[in-house]
Design a protein around this ligand. Structure first.
Ligand SMILES: [Zn+2]
Length: 311
């Protein structure tokens, strides 16, 4: 949850936001403020400065550190960041605004050219804001460069034909591991009875492990195919395990009669139905895990288009 203070600052200055960060221009300087656990962090990105300027900025900030209620100061050649401790009380909005004001003036006074243009071509028209969740960095880029990058991206997509091969290989792995899961399930069901529904969790994770083991590509398509494989395997495992039961207690019964019993013997089919529903409900656990895993994997390498804070 982003703090209402950051939201308010973002609204006042027409900034953008993504995850727990807000960012945009303040007096022509570019700022990003992150909401952390027990702290807030303010970063300003600018064009590369000299070591001399870096020292001047650092000294100035250190001198005013206490007055501005800043806990830590870091000044690099292309960015500076300030941390505010929130161990007991959260930082006041007025404090943050005073520091924004102070830093923007400081940068101006030292002729530091702030990053207020496209990070790729220096154009200042039609800027868009992007955020990278892993490195928690924002950037602005013009619409032309976004389009150019997207064209490059679709070029890459074409190269994904190769990756498609890995995707199918992964699904084969998921299928093989799921089959192994079904066999284990049927054996456990036969000897231990009650534990069968829990097999849904094992089967789901096993199937996902198979996909990973065969180095399948992590994308949305893979996610849905995995879900389909797992659901089918769970239904199959339930039918087979009850089928094996019927076979074990009715010597000499043939496959056709087993199948007829599974579907048309009310006593048996209701057991199968109930078991299947319970195990499908339990499969929510591996689904949740797989969904999170793949989403995180996909986001790791991606810049996300930030939204504008609505007034
Ligand atoms: Zn550009």
């Amino acid at each position: 949850m982003m703090s209402p203070k950051l939201k308010a600052i973002a609204k006042e200055n027409h900034w953008h936001f993504c995850k727990n960060s807000v960012f945009g221009l303040f007096n022509e300087s570019y700022f990003q403020i992150d909401d952390g656990h027990g702290f807030k962090k303010m970063t300003s990105y600018y064009n590369e400065i000299t070591e001399e300027t870096r020292q001047t900025l650092l000294n100035n900030l250190l001198e005013n550190k206490n007055e501005l209620k800043i806990k830590e100061v870091t000044v690099k050649l292309n960015s500076l960041s300030l941390t505010f401790s929130e161990r007991f009380l959260s930082v006041k909005k007025e404090t943050l605004k005073a520091v924004l004001e102070f830093v923007a003036n400081l940068l101006k006074a030292n002729s530091v050219l702030s990053m207020n243009k496209c990070s790729q071509c220096n154009s200042s028209d039609f800027l868009e804001y992007y955020f990278h969740p892993t490195i928690e960095t924002s950037k602005m880029i013009c619409h032309t460069c976004v389009e150019k990058n997207e064209n490059d991206y679709s070029q890459q997509e074409r190269n994904k034909m190769y990756e498609e091969k890995y995707y199918l290989r992964g699904l084969l792995g998921a299928f093989l591991f799921a089959m192994a899961g079904i066999i284990v399930w049927v054996i456990i069901a036969f000897y231990l009875r009650q534990l069968t529904s829990l097999g849904a969790i094992v089967l789901g994770l096993l199937s996902f492990h198979g996909y990973k083991y065969f180095k399948g590509t992590m994308n949305n398509k893979a996610k849905w195919m995995l879900f389909a494989i797992i659901i089918l395997s769970i239904v199959l495992a339930n039918f087979i395990s009850v089928g094996v039961d019927i076979y074990a207690y009715n010597h000499g019964i043939d496959i056709r009669d087993i199948v007829l019993n599974l579907f048309y013997n009310d006593a048996i089919s209701s057991v199968v139905k109930e078991n299947t529903l319970i195990s499908l409900a339990l499969s929510a656990i591996p689904f949740y895990y797989i969904n999170n895993f793949i989403n995180t994997k996909m986001n790791l390498t991606k810049w996300v288009l930030a939204k504008k804070m609505k007034a």
